[in-house]
Design a protein around this ligand. Sequence first.
Ligand code: ADX
Length: 209
Amino acid sequence: MSERKSKNITRVEHRVTIEDREFRNRHKGAVLWFTGLSGAGKSTLAIALEEALFKRGFQVYVLDGDNVRDGLNSDLGFSHEDRTENIRRVGEVAALFARAGVICISAFISPYREDRAIARRAAGEKFYEVYIAADLATCEKRDPKGLYKKARAGEIADFTGVSAPYEVPENPEIVVDTSTETVGSGVAVLTEFVTARLSVAESARPRRP
Ligand code: ADX
């Protein structure tokens, strides 16, 4: 992380609490942090899960690597340093979504464990790591954007899995292996997880002091 330049700041207290928001939404805010190789199916699963949860009444939003790099993070490339900054910013944004009561599905390669740990710290107990597991051979065979081919030909530097590392999660809350599971079964597993772990009962009205 670069040097802290924001000094003399005083945080404000919200009067609308996270519990107020979660009670109204009937579910908790959360970060579902998808990590995995390019071509593992993170975006496909994220978009399908977003639709499935939305249809069930959840407040849900996807943050996706390619989209965020088109705007907020368009100043960042793929060096280790830039990926760290990419994930730091997205981790903070995802945590804001979660504190606003939304289920934020973030789909980034996020290849470094330390960077994912920083994202986890930003969202605290609201963070769930979802390892979208597909081995390199499978991802390379799929090569939906033709990027592995370019990376092998030396046309893209620092390509994850080819010329840059991917550190497999050690303790993810959920693993979805897209080399053996369909999108539908991945969505079903995650929808079940969200419903079981994040629902808030109608009787759970927050108490006012
Ligand atoms: S991350 O490593 O910083 O988490 P992120 O998920 O935001 O990556 O972006 C990955 C996307 O950028 C890939 O899906 C791919 O389309 C594109 N991309 C372009 N260059 C690279 C590269 N060198 N390594 C990985 N992905 C790349």
